[in-house]
Ligand binder design. Structure first.
Ligand code: CU
Length: 127
C-alpha cells in the first residue's frame, strides 16, 4: 500500500496531463493552450481543455475551433468538435476524432477587439 501511494504521488508530481501544449500570437498578447488527461490516438475520441489567455483587458471571443490535417497542398478536417464553455475563456472540448496517424492541428480562431486570428496548436498522432 505504501508503494502504491508513493507511485501515485510520483505520477502526480510528474504532471497529470498526458498531452499539453500552447502557442502565442505574434500580433496580440493572446495565447491558446490545451491539456488532455489521456493520449490522443486515431482509435478513440479525444477530449481536451482549451484555454485562451491575454494580458489585455479586452474581451476575447472564441470564434471557432476545429481539427485539421495538412497533407501536401491539400488537407482535411474531422467531424465537428463539441465545445462547451466552462469558465471565462476556458472550454471543455470533446468529440475530437483524429481519424488517422500523422501531424494534426487544433485550429483556434479567436477575436479580440479588431483582431481576428487563428492560432495553430500542432498535435502528433502516433498510433
Ligand atoms: Cu490525413
Amino acid at each position: 500500500m505504501k508503494l502504491i501511494a508513493f507511485l501515485l504521488g510520483l505520477m502526480a508530481s510528474l504532471g497529470a496531463f498526458a498531452e499539453s501544449g500552447s502557442v502565442c500570437s505574434n500580433a496580440t498578447s493572446v495565447c491558446a493552450s490545451y491539456e488532455s488527461e489521456a493520449d490522443f490516438t486515431s482509435k478513440q475520441e479525444g477530449r481536451f481543455a482549451l484555454k485562451l489567455t491575454s494580458h489585455s483587458d479586452e474581451e476575447l471571443t472564441l470564434v471557432k475551433v476545429d481539427l485539421w490535417m495538412q497533407m501536401g497542398n491539400h488537407g482535411h478536417g474531422s467531424s465537428p468538435l463539441k465545445v462547451v464553455a466552462v469558465a471565462p475563456n476556458e472550454y471543455d472540448v470533446t468529440k475530437a476524432f483524429f481519424v488517422m496517424k500523422g501531424q494534426w492541428q487544433i485550429r483556434v480562431k479567436y477575436k479580440q477587439a479588431e483582431t481576428e486570428e487563428t492560432l495553430i496548436l500542432p498535435i502528433m498522432i502516433r498510433e
